[in-house]
Design a protein around this ligand. Structure first.
Ligand SMILES: [Fe+2]
Length: 367
C-alpha cells in the first residue's frame, strides 16, 4: 500500500488499483497544533460544519510525510504511515486473533498468575490474547479481600452493572431469584440473554470452595455451532434464523430481548450464542417450522450438554475466571452445602474494556 501523487491529486495504490483520496478526507486529518489537541488527539475544529469543496493547491511527499496545502490557506504535514494505517476499515487488532476451537480434549491452556501492576504488563497483553483465542482465561492467586473482583474488573475497563448489582455473590441462599443461588446442578448456559446488549464478559472469582462437588463446566459455543453447521446444516440454518424471546422478571423489573440462538454477523459468520432454556420463549410459528426448530434446538442442546464438548474443573480459592459470555457457556455440578462453604463472586465487563486495554498494551509495548 502506497500513497502517490499526480499533479495536485493524491492517490492510494493498493498494488492492484489506484484510487484518488478525497481532498476533504485529507483536510479532516490536518494535525498541526492549531488543529489537533496533542494530549487528547481530538480535533480543535469541526469538519462537519465546513464546506467540503476543498481543493489541494500543492502537494509533495518528503521523508515519510505528505506536505499538503489546501485552498482555504491551511498547510499541513501528514504522516504517511498514519494515513496508510487508516485504509483498512477492519479492526485488525481483535480480528487478527483467531479463535481456537476446543472440546473436552482441551489441554495445556495457560493459566496466568496475578501480580501487582499486572494490568500494565506484557503478561496482561498475553492474557487478553489467550482470552480472545479460547473465550476464557483463568488467573490464579487473585486477592479476595474487599470485593477485589470489582477492582480487578475496573483495572481492565469498567464494571457493567446489571440487575444482580455491581457484583454478585454466588452462595446458596433462601428465596433465590436465580438458580445460581441454590446448590443445584446448572446446565450449560449464557448469562443475561434477556439484556440488550448482553453483558460481554463474565468474571467469576472463587473466594472459598470447601465442597467436593460444585465443579465448574465450560462449553465452547463457537466450536459447537461450527460442528452443527457441518453435521446438520438445516438445523444450523433454522437456529440462525428464528429469533426467540428471552425474558427475566422479578419484583422490580421485566427485561426482555429477542435473538437467534446462534447469531451471525453480516458475513454470515459466528458472532454470538445465547442459550438459557429456563427463560426462552419461541414465537408462535407454523407447526412444521416449529417442528424443525424444536428438533434443531434439541440437537444443539444435546451438543451443549455432551461430556465430549465440556471441560470440567474445580475453581480453587483465589482463582479468577474470565469468560466470553457471547461465546462460552458455563454451568456447574451440584454440591452438598453440609460439606462446607462454596462462595464465588461475579461481575461483568464489556468488550470495549478488554479491546481498549489490548490496543493500549499493543501501543505501549510496540507489539
Ligand atoms: Fe450463569
Amino acid at each position: 500500500m502506497k500513497i502517490e501523487l499526480n499533479k495536485n491529486k493524491v492517490f492510494f495504490n493498493n498494488g492492484k488499483s489506484l484510487q484518488e483520496i478525497h481532498p476533504f478526507w485529507l483536510r479532516e486529518r490536518v494535525d498541526g497544533e492549531d488543529f489537533l489537541d496533542k494530549g487528547t488527539q481530538q480535533r480543535l475544529f469541526d469538519p462537519s460544519i465546513m464546506n467540503s469543496e476543498i481543493v489541494i493547491k500543492e502537494a509533495h511527499i518528503k521523508d515519510g510525510f505528505l506536505e499538503v496545502g489546501f485552498n482555504d490557506g491551511v498547510n499541513s504535514k501528514l504522516d504517511l504511515n498514519k494515513l496508510e494505517s487508516e485504509f483498512s476499515d477492519k479492526d485488525i487488532i481483535i480480528k487478527s486473533i483467531s479463535k481456537k476451537k476446543w472440546d473436552s480434549n482441551l489441554k495445556n491452556v495457560k493459566n496466568f498468575e496475578y501480580k501487582e501492576n499486572l494490568f500494565e504488563t506484557k503478561e496482561m497483553h498475553d492474557l487478553l490474547v489467550s482470552f480472545y483465542e479460547y473465550g476464557f482465561v483463568i488467573i490464579k492467586n487473585v486477592p479476595t479481600e474487599n470485593n477485589y473482583i470489582v477492582k480487578f474488573a475496573n483495572s481492565i475497563g469498567s464494571v457493567r452493572r446489571t440487575n444482580f448489582g455491581e457484583h454478585f455473590n454466588v452462595k446458596s441462599k433462601s428465596d433465590p431469584n436465580d438458580l445460581a443461588y441454590t446448590t443445584l446442578h446448572i446446565g450449560p448456559h449464557t448469562d443475561n440473554p434477556y439484556r440488550n446488549p448482553v453483558p460481554c464478559i463474565q468474571m467469576l472469582h472463587c473466594i472459598e470452595n470447601e465442597v467436593s462437588g460444585g465443579y465448574s463446566t465450560l462449553v465452547d459455543g463457537y466450536t459447537v455451532s461450527e460442528k452443527l453447521k457441518k453435521e446438520d446444516p438445516e438445523a444450523y440454518k433454522i437456529l440462525t434464523d428464528v429469533k426467540v424471546r428471552f425474558k427475566f422478571t422479578d419484583k422490580s423489573v421485566i427485561l426482555e430481548d429477542w435473538s437467534e440462538l446462534i447469531h451471525l454477523d453480516e458475513n454470515e459468520e459466528f458472532k454470538q450464542v445465547r442459550f438459557s432454556p429456563r427463560l426462552d420463549y419461541v414465537p408462535m410459528l407454523e407447526k412444521d417450522k416449529l417442528d424443525q426448530f424444536y428438533k434443531a434446538r434439541k440437537k444443539l442442546s444435546d451438543l451443549y450438554n455432551s461430556e465430549k464438548n465440556e471441560v470440567k474443573f474445580k475453581l480453587e480459592p483465589k482463582d479468577l475466571m474470565m469468560m466470553d459470555n457471547h461465546r462460552v457457556l458455563h454451568g456447574r455440578t451440584k454440591f452438598d452445602p453440609e460439606e462446607g462453604k462454596r462462595f464465588l463472586q461475579g461481575c461483568y465487563i464489556d468488550f470495549d474494556s478488554t479491546e481498549g486495554k489490548l490496543r493500549h498494551l499493543k501501543r505501549k509495548f510496540n507489539l
